[in-house]
Design a protein around this ligand. Structure first.
Ligand SMILES: CC(C)(COP(=O)(O)OP(=O)(O)OC[C@H]1O[C@@H](n2cnc3c(N)ncnc32)[C@H](O)[C@@H]1OP(=O)(O)O)[C@@H](O)C(=O)NCCC(=O)NCCS
Length: 207
């Protein structure tokens, strides 16, 4: 029932609080350029918080790895400004299952600075959570730098359990956790409400 409005293959559109429309869909191999452009739209600080290094541009082999995903072992979704052809990428999230522990998947989420704190990260996390449940992942594991207060606080609120090791927090989010489930239900309700609005506004077929 909860998945009725969530097409795990095709994606969906949602308005931000100010009404701007954002498309969410699985990553495709053709997203190579969009993702590289997204790197340029990230501040040095955001790039550091995501990659733990001041990387400015993704090398070709990493771009290939980030875009040629099977959506089972490696699940990746992108957020795009609705129907804008130039530089539309505003966020991305992925999880990659561990080969030796398939119930655990390492995740990461990134939103470009000019779109941060507007709810995109939460939608992407909800998608990861849903896809993790569908794929049998039990723990979403994120590695977070100690200075990344936003991510640490947010994951803490979602019920993640942290372990400090070697300068990094390993944050484990149980996929069946109450807080993460309620976040996901909230996002699903927004998707449903928006789809209902769109179909109510669509012209009726005279037949
Ligand atoms: C972490 C990140 C992905 C969050 O994405 P976002 O789209 O800004 O997140 P949202 O707007 O959906 O907010 C998610 C939560 O973080 C909080 N938050 C986001 N930005 C915040 C800010 N600048 N100050 C305080 N809280 C903030 C929100 O209030 C929300 O918490 P809530 O659910 O309790 O209300 C984004 O800041 C980012 O890309 N950072 C750089 C890369 C990074 O650190 N990635 C994580 C590596 S795993």
């Amino acid at each position: 029932m909860a998945l009725k409005y969530f097409d795990g293959l095709n994606g969906f559109t949602l308005p931000l609080a100010d009404g701007e429309l954002i498309d969410f869909r699985p990553v495709r191999p053709t997203d190579w350029e969009t993702i590289q452009d997204g790197m340029s739209a990230l501040s040095a600080q955001s790039r550091y918080l995501r990659f733990f290094s001041p990387i400015a541009k993704l090398p070709d082999d990493l771009l290939r790895y980030f875009t040629e995903v099977d959506q089972h072992q490696h699940v990746a979704w992108i957020a795009l400004v609705h129907q804008r052809m130039e530089h539309p990428g505003v966020g991305i999230a992925r999880f990659i299952r561990s080969d030796d522990q398939p119930a655990i998947a390492e995740f990461a989420v990134t939103v470009i600075d000019s779109y941060q704190h507007r709810g995109i990260g939460r939608v992407l996390m909800a998608v990861l959570h849903l896809m993790a449940g569908l794929e049998g992942v039990e723990i979403l594991r994120g590695y977070v730098l100690p200075e990344n207060d936003v991510m640490l606080n947010w994951l803490g609120e979602l019920g993640a359990v942290g372990k400090y090791d070697n300068g990094v927090y390993r944050m484990d989010l149980a996929v069946n956790g109450d807080e993460v489930s309620s976040m996901t239900q909230g996002v699903l309700q927004k998707i449903r409400a928006f789809e209902d609005t769109v179909s109510a506004e669509a012209p009726q077929n005279p037949d």
